[in-house]
Design a protein around this ligand. Structure first.
Ligand SMILES: [Mg+2]
Length: 140
């Protein structure tokens, strides 16, 4: 089962870039939101396995959206996407329950590393140890 991803960013080109990275790696992008309010609504409706959350957005910013998402779903895997110079917001976001962060401009390899490690912390995505003599099936 593909990992289901929600992408949140007010910039279309950023959403496209992030979507490409995930699609190429076999993740399923289930939704895109362009502000925090939409992010909260889509997170509630789609229950994604992972969400990338921009910080500076209209209507509702990423930090407020994060807080709302974590309140609804304490197990939410949210990765913050920040611009340079937003270190204090990042610290606040981690405090509020974000799993990790990536800083723009970023490389696909960095995004995937952060995502894999966030999913690795989530018992839902830990690979099952195959039974002795069984085929090494993978679940993810
Ligand atoms: Mg933005």
């Amino acid at each position: 089962m593909a990992v289901r991803v929600l992408i949140v960013d007010d910039a279309l080109f950023m959403r496209s870039m992030i979507r490409d990275i995930f699609s190429r790696e076999g993740f399923e992008v289930v939704g895109e939101a362009e502000n925090g309010a939409e992010a909260v609504r889509l997170h509630r409706d789609l229950k994604p396995d992972l969400t990338t959350m921009d910080i500076v957005m209209p209507v509702l910013d990423g930090l407020s959206a994060l807080r709302e998402v974590v309140r609804m779903d304490p197990r939410a895997n949210v990765i913050m996407v920040s611009a340079l110079g937003q270190e204090s917001l990042i610290a606040e976001a981690i405090e509020a329950g974000a799993r990790d962060f990536i800083v723009k401009p970023f490389q696909a390899s960095r995004v995937l590393k952060v995502v894999q490690s966030a999913l690795g912390l989530d018992e839902r995505f830990r690979p099952r140890v195959p039974p002795a003599g069984g085929s090494p099936g993978s679940r993810r």
